[in-house]
Design a protein around this ligand. Sequence first.
Ligand SMILES: NC(=O)c1ccc[n+]([C@@H]2O[C@H](COP(=O)([O-])OP(=O)(O)OC[C@H]3O[C@@H](n4cnc5c(N)ncnc54)[C@H](OP(=O)(O)O)[C@@H]3O)[C@@H](O)[C@H]2O)c1
Length: 230
Amino acid sequence: MTTVLITGANRGIGLEMTRRYAAAGASVIATARHPETADALSKLAAESGRVSVLPLEVANEASVAALAKAVAGKPIDILINNAGTLGSRGGWDDPAHDLKTWTEVLATNVIGPHLVSRALVPNLKLAKQGKLAIVCSHLGSSEMAAGGILPYRASKAAAINLARNLAVELKPLGIAVVAFHPGWVQTDMGGYNAAVKVGDSAQGMIDRLAALSLATSGVFEDYSGKTFPF
Ligand SMILES: NC(=O)c1ccc[n+]([C@@H]2O[C@H](COP(=O)([O-])OP(=O)(O)OC[C@H]3O[C@@H](n4cnc5c(N)ncnc54)[C@H](OP(=O)(O)O)[C@@H]3O)[C@@H](O)[C@H]2O)c1
């Protein structure tokens, strides 16, 4: 049975991917910062019997270490670094782009995926064909820079770069890596006027992960398979 670990699974895209993987018969380790208040995820776990919920704050080394300990020795076929945060939406002079916001955004969107990936590579190695995704954003494309939302854009640019470099380093270990743009998706982050339904984004990325191989490792693509410039 395929085992998938998804971060930030209590709402939005992570919750929908959890729902769909479980419905398709996978075993899902769904992480949330606060499992005790993750009502939709707890309900899904109780109903499906295929979802186990574990606590994870991706920007906290002790929390990442506790997760690694909880899943030690267990093969993980697919790791999805989905948890992310937006910060403030303004441009260069937005006073909300202070050190605290920058630090939170970079820690969650870049450092967290690295800490989590590093901690779980042993589990991916135990799988027949380990696959690792970082949910990035086309807002992180340097070629497509349009200004605004500066900490988020910079964090996602770094997340894409992280995915590219992990693809190189993990290829000899047999682990394939993808950087995703999930689309502009109807969630708390994307807003409910966004263009893409959360189910379409989640299913698209599930399908792209099924197609991912060592030959395509390092790709930066959206939920429909459209590639983006770095
Ligand atoms: N929606 C879009 O249009 C869009 C577009 C491009 C990229 N993305 C990316 O897609 C991913 C999912 O986005 P979404 O739209 O589903 O966002 P969302 O609805 O805001 O959900 C974000 C998830 O990340 C979790 N999270 C945030 N900071 C965390 C941390 N430090 N440690 C652990 N979990 C943390 C949240 O947990 P809490 O509930 O505890 O806060 C929540 O589960 C993100 O990486 C986002 O940047 C989204």
